[in-house]
Design a protein around this ligand. Structure first.
Ligand code: TPP
Ligand code: MG
Length: 348
C-alpha cells in the first residue's frame, strides 16, 4: 500500500509546492462546503444531504489526477471530487434543492450522481467501451463505496471491463461503512482490491487520507487504462459523520476500534500539519485560503437562493417518453395539490 505521509521532501514524493498548495486549497473548499451544506440542510434550506467529511483527500487527490477530457462518474457522496473538478458549488447546492441538471454552463464530462447503489458502474464501463471503439484516449473514473462491491452491477461491470479492455478506473472508497454495516462484514475477501485479480486486471490499495498518494495511484491507473488495463483502486478512508442527514448513527455503534489511527485520521488536518512542517504553509496563507473558500461559498449560496425553483413537472420527465398511467395519476394529483395549497417555499 502506498503511504507517503512519513516521507519528507516534495522531490521524493513527486509533487511540487504549488500542486501541494492547490490540493490543500481544494481540501479546504470541500471541507467548508460540507460543513455548510449540513447546516443548510438542518435549517430546512435543502433536501437530505450525505456528508463526505473524512473522505476529502480520497476524492480531491483523484480529481487532480484526471485530465480534462476524462469522464467522472460519481455517487451521492462524491461532492468533494466535483468541487475539485471545477463544478460550481451553486450547482451542487441546487441539485439538493431539486434541480436535476447543472444550472451553470461548466463543460466537465461528469455524469449525474447515482443514488441507486452500483448502477453507475456498468454505465462507466459502457462509456469506456465507447471511448475504446472510437479510438478516443479518454479514461473513465467511476466512484462507489465498499457496500457497492456486493452488488451484481459491480461484478458485471468489472467482468465486462476486463473482457473488453475498457479504460476504466473502478475507484472504491472504503469508508468503513455501508450505512450501519461495517465494511469488514461486507465481504469474505481479505481486501476489496484483490477482487481485481479474478477479473484479470490490476487492484491496488491506497491510503485514502493522503491526497498525494491518491493522486499518484490514479495517475498510474490512467496510464494503465490507456493501455487497455482497468484498475480497481481501494481507497482506505473513513466516514466521520452519519451516513446522511436521514441516518441516526446512535442506533448503531458508530466507532470501529479495530481501525488503525492513520485510517480514521482527519485528512485535512493531517495534510495541513504536513505542509506546515515542510514550511510550505504558514498561518497567513492558511487564513487566506479559508477566507477565499468562505467567500466562494457565500456567493454560491446567494446564487442558489436567487435561482428560480424548479418546475415540479420535471419530476416526471427524462425517464419515459409516454408516462405510464400510474405516474400520470401522480402528476394529476400533484397539480391539484399545488392548485389547492400552492407550491411550498420550504418543504424539505
Ligand atoms: C440498489 C440500492 N440498494 C439499496 C440502497 C440503499 N442504500 C443507500 S446508501 C447504501 C449503503 C451504501 O454503502 P457504500 O456503497 O459503502 O457507500 P457509502 O454510503 O459508504 O458512501 C444503501 C444500502 C440504494 N440506494 N440502492
Ligand atoms: Mg461505504
Amino acid at each position: 500500500m502506498r503511504q507517503v505521509i512519513e516521507t519528507h521532501g516534495f522531490d521524493e514524493i513527486r509533487t511540487t509546492e504549488s500542486e501541494a498548495i492547490s490540493l490543500y486549497r481544494d481540501l479546504v473548499r470541500a471541507r467548508r462546503f460540507d460543513e455548510r451544506a449540513l447546516a443548510l440542510q438542518r435549517q430546512g434550506w435543502m433536501s437530505s444531504y450525505p456528508q463526505f467529511r473524512g473522505q476529502e483527500a480520497s476524492q480531491v487527490g483523484a480529481a487532480h489526477a484526471l485530465r480534462e477530457k476524462d469522464w467522472f462518474v460519481p455517487t451521492y457522496r462524491s461532492n468533494a471530487f466535483q468541487i475539485a473538478r471545477g463544478v460550481p458549488m451553486s450547482d451542487i447546492l441546487l441539485f439538493r434543492r431539486g434541480h436535476s441538471e447543472f444550472q451553470s454552463d461548466h463543460d466537465r464530462p461528469i455524469f449525474p450522481q447515482a443514488v441507486p447503489i452500483a448502477t453507475q458502474i456498468p454505465h462507466a464501463v459502457g462509456l469506456g467501451m465507447a471511448a475504446d471503439l472510437s479510438d478516443d484516449d479518454r479514461v473513465i473514473c467511476s466512484y462507489f463505496g465498499d457496500g457497492a462491491t456486493s452488488e451484481g452491477d459491480f461484478h458485471e461491470g468489472c467482468n465486462f471491463a476486463g473482457v473488453f479492455d475498457a479504460p476504466v478506473i473502478f475507484f472504491c472508497e472504503n469508508n468503513g461503512w455501508a450505512i450501519s454495516r461495517p465494511a469488514r462484514q461486507q465481504t469474505a475477501s481479505a481486501t476489496i482490491a484483490q477482487k481485481a485479480t479474478a477479473y484479470g486486471f490490476e487492484g491496488e490499495r491506497v491510503d485514502g487520507n493522503d491526497p498525494i498518494a491518491v493522486k499518484q495511484t490514479v495517475e498510474a491507473a490512467i496510464e494503465r487504462a490507456r493501455e487497455g488495463v482497468p484498475t480497481l483502486v481501494e481507497s482506505l478512508t473513513y466516514r466521520q459523520g452519519a451516513h446522511s442527514t436521514s441516518d441516526d448513527p446512535s442506533r448503531y455503534e458508530h466507532t470501529q476500534e479495530s481501525l488503525p489511527a492513520w485510517r480514521t485520521a482527519d485528512p485535512v488536518d493531517r495534510f495541513e500539519t504536513y505542509l506546515r512542517d515542510d514550511g510550505v504553509l504558514d498561518d497567513d496563507r492558511i487564513e487566506t485560503i479559508h477566507e477565499e473558500a468562505e467567500e466562494e461559498l457565500r456567493r454560491a449560496i446567494e446564487r442558489a437562493e436567487t435561482t428560480e425553483r424548479p418546475d415540479p413537472d420535471e419530476l416526471f420527465e427524462s425517464v419515459y417518453e409516454q408516462l405510464p398511467d400510474r405516474l400520470a395519476e401522480q402528476r394529476a394529483w400533484l397539480h391539484s395539490h399545488i392548485e389547492d395549497h400552492g407550491t411550498p417555499e420550504f418543504d424539505y
